[in-house]
Design a protein around this ligand. Structure first.
Ligand code: PEP
Ligand code: MG
Length: 537
């Protein structure tokens, strides 16, 4: 048996499909003659164009035209006669097609990286994508096509990027297993959003589990059973049916109030990453959105979303929630959330580095474009702004100054906007220690236990070797939560929790007792959280 972190509930029983990193090493490929190399190159280019065209078409229907434009841009670059002629000339000088692709693409990467123009620099990742695809086609090194794996597959990879996860066909994938990540990493968040059981941080999973082997993944406790016997399969099939039955029973809490036995009303909100998640939120009858992780709008693209694109996303959510509260968190990048085109410098300790509000205050243009989009969207619903990773009062004041500047800019431009309350995440020990002071400066708190637990326990949430210390139920973390709620209450502001602990059935009774107002959880956990609250004294 292997062990990992149960990161998305449910039991997945199926056949292992290993998604391996594909090598693009061409050191063993021999040069034939220039004409043959050129026709290999042309064939690879043709394949690239037709495959990318097909993908762009399907993206247009499944995601939207903006996403497909990125791929159309790739095709345009490769159709540019200059790039192709450079590769052909390189072949004429006596090198194989792979080497020509590698050299010419690297040349473009160097040129683009060195310019001062942001848009040109952003094209570097496009060229990398093109290079990678061409090399894989030339080498015949096709990877597993995630979108078309067979029914009852259990996918195993070192990690799942958001773009890999978005290709998953839920119908055919019974579970996901990775070698890195934890309950709060993005692969886990996406797996939960899709309702697929996931076990993460399984050391050497891609080597220890053989492709095609039968496997059981327990998304609750992180157990992985290899080549299970009949008895084990029967046991887990039973567990899975009980789990499904329990989910059915939870439907009784659909559309109900979240109210304790003694009549105290609480609110169960949902965490989302994209407007598309709203359907699941409404289906599970959330009473609001407690955390819109806006960094997802910035991922898997080659440039930052414009103010207009963001306005579109935020106003869509505000309208869909029909005047229910929508808490939009400003960009929280850095840490485990890298966005290549933003060129965040590699850091020794990214979780202690230039993250979230720190990055935004140093990049006011980026921050202001997001704030303006939020203020404009606020006309269409009940929106609140939330600032992540606050550690000092000064950060809150600076952010509020920028928010005021945005209002002045919008007013001067005659653009419609609405005022919004401003709250902060309490997710650092520093913020807890000064929560009495911060409470006087902001309209609400939301406790981010995912980060708070890591920072208080001094443990990296994605590191398998120390993950047993990553436990929100440890006394130091509980004390921090209690202190934060107490200071919010003493200053008359609302306090919620949007970290994963808000759905922890062992913790909810204490949170209710301390006076937490709002519990924001992933859409799949709304009903269980409501049931637990309703059972509290
Ligand atoms: C948290 O830290 O608890 C939180 C909700 O933020 P994220 O998981 O996005 O860092
Ligand atoms: Mg956080």
């Amino acid at each position: 048996m292997l062990k990992g972190i149960g990161a998305s509930q449910g039991y997945g029983i199926g056949k292992a499909v290993i998604i391996s990193d594909i090598s693009t090493d061409y050191s063993n490929v021999k040069y034939t003659d220039a004409e043959a190399e050129k026709s290999r190159l042309q064939a690879a280019v043709n394949t690239f164009i037709s495959e990318t065209n097909a993908l762009a078409e399907s993206l247009k229907t499944n995601a939207g035209s903006k996403e497909s434009e990125i791929l159309e841009g790739h095709i345009a670059m490769l159709r540019d006669p200059f790039m192709l002629s450079q590769m052909q000339e390189s072949i004429d000088s006596g090198v194989i097609a792979e080497k020509a692709v590698d050299t010419v693409c690297n040349m473009f990467i160097d040129i683009f990286s060195a310019t001062d123009d942001e848009l040109t620099r952003q094209r570097v990742s496009d060229i990398r994508d093109i290079k990678d695809s061409l090399l894989k086609t030339l080498l015949g090194a096709d990877g597993v096509d995630i979108s078309s794996v067979e029914e009852n597959s259990v996918l195993i990879a070192k990690d799942f990027t958001p773009s890999m996860t978005s290709k998953i066909n839920k119908k055919n994938v019974n579970a996901i297993i990775t070698e890195v990540g934890g309950v709060t990493s993005h692969s886990a968040i996406l797996a939960r959003a899709m309702g697929i059981p996931a076990v993460l941080s399984v050391i050497d999973a891609t080597e220890k589990i053989k492709d095609g082997a039968a496997v059981i993944a327990d998304g609750f406790n992180g157990d992985i059973i290899l080549n299970p016997n009949e008895e084990q399969i029967a046991e887990y099939n039973k567990k899975q049916s009980e789990y499904i039955a329990e989910k059915e029973n939870l439907k009784a809490y659909m559309g109900k109030e979240s109210i304790t036995q003694s009549g105290i009303k609480k609110a169960v909100y949902a965490n989302i990453g994209k407007p598309e998640d709203i359907q699941n939120v409404i289906q599970n009858s959330a009473e609001g959105i407690g955390l819109f992780r806006t960094e997802f709008l910035f991922m898997d693209r080659n440039s930052e979303p414009t103010e207009e694109e963001q306005f579109e996303a935020y106003s869509t959510v505000a309208k869909a929630m029909n005047n229910k509260e929508v808490i939009i968190r400003t960009l929280d990048i850095g840490g485990d959330k890298d966005i290549p085109y933003l060129k965040i410098e590699k850091e020794e300790n990214p979780f202690l580095g230039h993250r979230a509000i720190r990055y935004c205050l140093d990049n006011p243009l980026l921050f202001k474009s997001q704030i303006k989009a939020i203020l404009r969207a606020a006309v269409y619903g009940n929106i609140k702004i939330m600032l992540p990773l606050i550690t000092a009062l000064d950060e809150v004041r600076k952010a509020k100054e920028l928010i005021e500047e945005c209002k002045t800019d919008l007013k001067n431009a005659g653009t419609n906007y609405a005022d919004t309350p401003v709250g902060i995440m309490i997710e650092t020990p520093a913020a807890v220690m000064i929560s009495d002071i911060l409470a006087k400066e902001v309209d609400f708190f939301s406790i981010g236990t995912n980060d708070l637990t890591g920072y208080i326990m001094a443990v990296d949430r994605g590191n398998a070797k120390v993950c047993s210390l990553y436990d929100t139920l440890q006394t130091p973390v509980l004390r921090a939560i209690e202190t934060t709620i107490k200071n919010a209450k003493a200053n008359g502001i609302a306090v919620g929790m949007c970290g994963e602990a808000a759905t922890d059935t062992a913790l909810i009774p204490s949170l209710v007792k301390w006076g937490l107002d709002e519990f924001s959880v992933s859409p799949g956990n709304i009903l269980l959280t409501r049931k637990t609250i309703c059972n509290c004294p």
